[in-house]
Design a protein around this ligand. Structure first.
Ligand SMILES: [Zn+2]
Ligand SMILES: [Zn+2]
Length: 483
């Protein structure tokens, strides 16, 4: 019998990280979505509890942006998140759902896809078999474009080809379209089939992910040492491996000679293809089965060189100095050059334009807050005048449906109307300077009910229509009605 002492009570259910039959893991993003679903909260709300978002000053948003890309890589943020998730759930091996185990060998560039992708057939098989489906870490790798089982292209699920959105937002869970709520992404046409080479790449990555979590801590050093030794017997040596795998020779030699150096995952795949070995052999440094002459040449991705006209960049920057509407982003887009090149062309002009834009942004932001605050306070006044409860539904009835929970003025209305205005303001992440103004408004609201002369229009300059009202009146107000 299991003794109670051996079971630690944790704040969240101890869901295990899932794996496919081939052994490749669920992504930690999918895990968080499942965890939230099991606890019947939205994922962002779970992240905001601080139980799983270690850098809670980011308020959990980092969690969900780019479909959890920040969580999946080999970053320190991913490490800290896995640690807090493990503490919160009592489950130990959660780092297996990220690329942390590969961070000593695979570089972070071009590691993850920008958005979430799925294999429609994998998802539909799960749905048909009545299994709960989950997102594979494999699907998020940049160099993987297809499913190794079904040999078909992965599909991005952030957009939906069906025009009609579902009423309300569907629960965020794998296998359900976020726009039209169709289960198993039935809204999409079947995926296209993938090329044999792409299938090879994804099978290689799947095998790599399947063993990644069990690799010894110093596997990268062992693999590098063995590869270096092996390359001496290889026809053409290290240079031939680099050429075959379409990697820069100096990059490969740096990888082999410097302990900290890493290669992009796609380059590692190419090296394995050239040596004709599997993923497990490559990372374990086992080259006994490898061919000693290049087994194939990988085509280098063509990247046409472009001549940069620096005089043109300098002229554009000087022109931008006299034109207030131009920003670095606009320049970089219109000239189709990197910001770095613009900075190199004329550092002083670049700095001035950036500074000008920052100042303008500050002003616009302040104006936005001011107008949102004016609008929220005016609506609160109107609602109270009419004896209606200050909620977004009633506000929307009065004002053409623009009062949605995501809008700035709506959040401000809730903060002004709530007795715990500071808590609401903190929850929505309002800038600190706004707290005083909200408090000011709310206090004068209370002063006014005490019969004093300060009114909201002294602060906002709004029309003097705001009348005496107390919270008691509000409670006794009739049920919300349309105006
Ligand atoms: Zn599949
Ligand atoms: Zn859909």
């Amino acid at each position: 019998m299991l003794s109670l002492e051996s079971r630690k009570i944790t704040p969240l259910y101890g869901l295990a990280l899932r794996r496919t039959e081939a052994g490749d893991p669920e992504s930690i993003y999918s895990y968080v979505l499942r965890l939230a679903f099991e606890h019947r909260v939205i994922p962002l709300a779970l992240a905001r509890t601080g139980l799983i978002a270690p850098q809670n000053n980011l308020r959990g948003e980092l969690f969900m942006c780019r479909d959890g890309a920040a969580l999946l890589g080999g970053s320190d943020f991913a490490m800290a998140t896995c640690q807090s998730l493990s503490e919160a759930t009592g489950v130990k091996d959660l780092h297996g759902g990220t690329l942390l185990p590969l961070r000593s060998i695979a570089a972070s560039q071009q590691l993850l896809s920008r958005v979430d992708r799925v294999c429609l057939s994998c998802i539909r098989e799960d749905v048909c078999a009545n299994r709960k489906t989950f997102g594979r870490l494999l699907w998020r790798l940049h160099c993987v474009s297809c499913c190794p089982v079904h040999r078909e292209q992965l599909v991005e699920v952030s957009t939906c080809p069906v025009a009609e959105p579902a009423p309300g937002k569907p629960v965020q869970i794998y296998g359900v379209c976020q726009r039209c709520a169709s289960v198993g992404y039935e809204c999409r046409p079947p995926a296209e089939s993938a090329s044999a080479e792409d299938v090879d790449t994804s099978a290689f990555c799947r095998d790599l992910l399947a063993v990644a979590a069990d690799l010894p801590p110093d596997y990268a050093a062992t693999a590098k040492r063995s590869l270096k030794e092996f390359s001496r017997n290889f026809v053409g040596g290290c240079a031939a491996i680099a050429t075959g795998a379409a990697i820069n020779k100096s990059l490969l030699s740096r990888f082999l000679n410097e302990p900290q150096a890493r290669l992009q995952l796609s380059s590692l795949v190419n090296v394995a293809k050239v040596l004709n070995i599997g993923a497990v052999d490559l990372v374990r440094g086992n080259f006994a089965q490898a061919s000693t002459a290049p087994s194939l040449h990988v085509d280098r991705e063509k990247c046409p060189k472009r001549k940069i006209d620096h005089a043109e960049l300098r002229a554009a920057l000087s022109h931008a100095l006299s034109d207030d509407s131009l920003t670095i982003a606009k320049l970089s887009k219109s000239l189709d050059v990197d910001r770095k090149l613009l900075r190199l062309a004329n550092p002083d002009a670049y700095a001035l334009i950036v500074q000008r834009n920052l100042e303008r942004l500050d002003v616009t932001r302040e104006e936005d807050w001011n107008s949102a605050l004016r609008r929220a306070a005016a609506m609160l006044r109107r609602l109270r005048e009419m004896g209606l409860k200050p909620n977004l539904r009633n506000a929307s009835v009065l004002d053409s449906e623009t009062w949605q929970p995501s809008n700035q003025h709506s959040k401000l209305l809730l903060a002004l109307a709530s007795p715990a205005h500071k808590g609401v303001a903190t929850y929505w992440g309002f800038p600190a300077r706004l707290f005083a103004r909200i408090r000011h408004l709310v206090q004068h609201d209370a002063l006014r009910t005490d019969g004093q002369e300060l009114t909201i229009r002294h602060i906002l300059g709004g029309p003097p229509r705001w009348r005496h009202n107390t919270r008691r009146n509000e409670e006794e107000a009739p049920a919300p009605q349309s105006a």
